[in-house]
Structure formats: C-alpha cells, structure tokens
Design a binder for this molecule. Structure first.
Ligand code: NI
Length: 392
C-alpha cells in the first residue's frame, strides 16, 4: 500500500478531527475533552489496549501487529496555549484566551491518523506500535510523568520513539531534521537581592539592591558573550524584574527571574558557576545579600543519529530527498527529550509555511495556522518511519 495515497484517502476526516481539536483547545493538564476523544477514536479503531488517565490526562494506545517484532512508539502532545486566537476561520477557538498556537492539535490528529492507517494494515505489521498522547508539553511536565508512570516500560517495552513538530520556517510538504543536540535544555533561575532598605535621599546609610540588580543583569550578559566559546551556544535571559514600591524608598529587595538555554551539559555547568561568581562578587562589593535558585527544566533534546537516518529514509519516500532540510539546533525547549533519554528516539519538523495561503505566522502567535498538506505529510511520515523501523 502506498502510504501517501492511504493518507490522502482519509484527509477530509483528519481535517475534521483537527478542526474539532482547534475549536476546543485545552491548557496543560486540562486536556480532558481532547483525551476523551483520542481514547474513543483509538477504541473505535480496535486497538488491543487503550490506557487513559496517565499523567492525569495522557492516553496510550497499543496496536499489536500480525507477526511478532519490535515495538515502536509515536508521540503527540495535546495541550494548547493561553493565547487569544486572531484567525478568522470556521474552526477558530471557542475557548476564550486559549488557542492551539503551537500546532499540538495537528500533532494529536497526525498520531491518530497514523493509528488509523497502521491499524488498517495490522495483519501485515511485524511488531507493535504504541501511540502516546501526552499532556502538558508547554509547561514541560507531561512527558516526564508519562515516562515515570511507565508508558515505555509497560509490555511490550518500547524500543524506539519518534515525534513530529509543525514548523513554520519550512514550507508545507517539506520536513526538517537535525541529528544530535537539536533543542536546548530549558532551565529557570531566580535571584533575590536584599538590603536593609532606606531613604531615597540617603543612599550612603544603606545598601541599594536596585543598583546591585542593575549591575548583576549587565554582568550576567557577559557570560555568553565573554566566557563561552563563540562556536558553542547558550542563552541567558532575565525576563522578569520586580522591586520597589515608592519613589523615595530604597527597597529591601529586588527579584529577577529568567531562563538559561544550553545544548551541552558542560556549557550549562560552566554558565551556572559564572552566575554564582558574578552574584558573589557584585553582592560583596555593593554590600547586599543574595539568594540564587536554579531549577532544571527539560534537558537538551539529543536526537539519535540512527533514528534521524531512518526519518530521512522515510522522508525520501514521502516528500522526496530534495524536500528534506538539515536544520540548525533551536534554543527552544521540548519535553519530548524525556522519552529520548529513555529509548533511542528523534523528533523531526514538518513544514507548515504556505505563503500563497497567508500561512506565515510563527509558533506561539495568535495567527498561527496550518493547511491540509502539513497534516497529511505528518501522518504519512509517522506511518512510513514506523513501517521502516519494524520491517528492518
Ligand atoms: Ni509545541
């Protein structure tokens, strides 16, 4: 069976499902309606097992093939973002202030579509396929809990996994791949600088956390520019600063919160050490105290080279080798990384840009949307990769 033809045969149904998800977006860990629809659809397809309520709203479907073999997993994320949609389309979000602006409605539909196609050819399937629908990718929480709750370990144990993400930097009908480190570790830090407080007119009688915070922020910006090898990548952004409540009072504290993104563990370790030494030095010189909290988020996504090779092979069959783009790493984060830490895996990107149709919006914007080509390419790629893996 030609996969792309099979997918085209269910295109309208898939677009209907996607429109329904887009109509009813749900925030992280609140994907109740979505997961109910997913579970019902999987049961209707006659899958061997459908588990619900994993990591609160996660769903896993298991398809056993006609012949024994390995177990391959396809992963989708289901959550939406707190964004007010601005698209004027029939399937516009009906939930005020919530929108599928990162394409997770497309991912969920694509894995459902792959389940439909693969279930229809189960007798010829060598091995099993697990369809994993996780909650809460946007708050980087869902994947970790699903792994902890044993979705990969539960028999049949998953041997390898892939996931796809829609990508507006690439044209619809093309895909993007990157072997090795491809998305950044996504960490959070908080710095609180404190002093005794005092009169705005008598700074010499106290220590000023506002001035200390200003120096700290400037100094933090020299870590990436002066201390890290220019060939390697890191980001440190202070995204929140809070302090003070009156024009004539030197406040007792200033709080700064931000994010650190790195692709390698050694760069991250060095960066944290530098932050600590800057805080120590400036605080001492300025006579203030400080507190520093560093919270590890999802680790860097390191795509298994063998799995990327497999995706490329599938890509050659589905979109043609000329439509496979080699991508640079992104400093964005992705919690799919928790699956890839446990079993060989890879995430690839599915182009969603269509200038003629006006589909040029970036992810996480109120105008993000995709066309049918993106959805069908995603479904066909997932099926083709699963079949090639199980046949090998
Ligand atoms: Ni996303």
């Amino acid at each position: 069976m030609k996969i792309m033809e099979a997918v085209d045969g269910i295109k309208d149904k898939l677009m209907e499902i996607r429109a329904d998800f887009h109509n009813h977006p749900e925030l992280s860990f609140k994907e109740e309606r979505t997961s109910q629809i997913v579970a019902e659809a999987l049961r209707e397809m006659g899958l061997d097992e459908v588990d619900t309520g994993i990591a609160k709203t996660g769903v896993v479907g298991l398809l056993r093939g006609g012949a024994p073999g390995k177990t391959f997993a396809l992963r989708a994320d289901m959550d939406a973002l707190p964004i007010q949609e601005e698209n004027d389309v029939p399937y516009k979000s009906q939930n005020d202030g919530v929108m599928h602006a990162c394409g997770h409605d497309v991912h969920t539909t694509a894995v459902l579509g792959a389940a439909m196609i693969l279930a229809s050819m189960r007798d010829k399937l060598k091995g099993n396929v697990k369809f994993i629908f996780q909650p809460a990718e946007e708050v980087a929480g869902g994947a970790k809990i699903m792994v902890e709750e044993g979705v990969l370990e539960k028999p049949p144990k998953v041997d390898a996994i892939i996931g796809a993400h829609v990508w507006p930097e690439l044209d619809a009908g093309t895909i993007g791949v990157k072997a090795g480190p491809s998305m950044a570790a996504m960490d959070k830090f908080e710095i609180v600088v404190t002093g005794p407080g005092g009169h705005g007119a008598k700074p010499h009688l106290t220590s000023d956390p506002v001035v200390a915070a200003a120096q700290i922020i400037n100094a933090l910006q020299t870590i990436v520019s002066r201390s890290i090898d220019p060939i390697r990548s890191a980001v440190l952004s202070v995204c929140m600063i809070q302090g003070g409540h009156a024009f004539n009072i030197i406040p007792r504290e200033v709080r700064m919160v931000g994010t650190v993104r790195t692709l390698n563990e050694d760069v991250k370790t060095m960066l944290i050490a530098k932050v600590k030494s800057i805080l120590k030095g400036i605080s001492e010189a300025m006579g203030v105290e400080y507190e520093f909290n560093y919270l590890d988020g999802s680790p860097a996504l390191v795509n298994d080279p063998g799995m990327i090779e497999l995706v490329e092979k599938a890509g050659a069959a589905i979109v043609g080798s000329e439509n496979i783009h080699q991508l640079e790493p992104s400093m964005g984060g992705e919690d799919f990384t928790y699956f890839v830490k446990a079993v060989p895996g890879a995430m690839f990107n599915v182009g969603s840009r269509d200038e003629k149709a006006g589909l040029t919006s970036q992810l996480h914007r109120p105008t993000f949307d995709v066309n049918a080509k993106t959805l069908t390419t995603g479904v066909a790629m997932l099926c083709q990769t699963a079949l090639m893996y199980l046949d090998a």
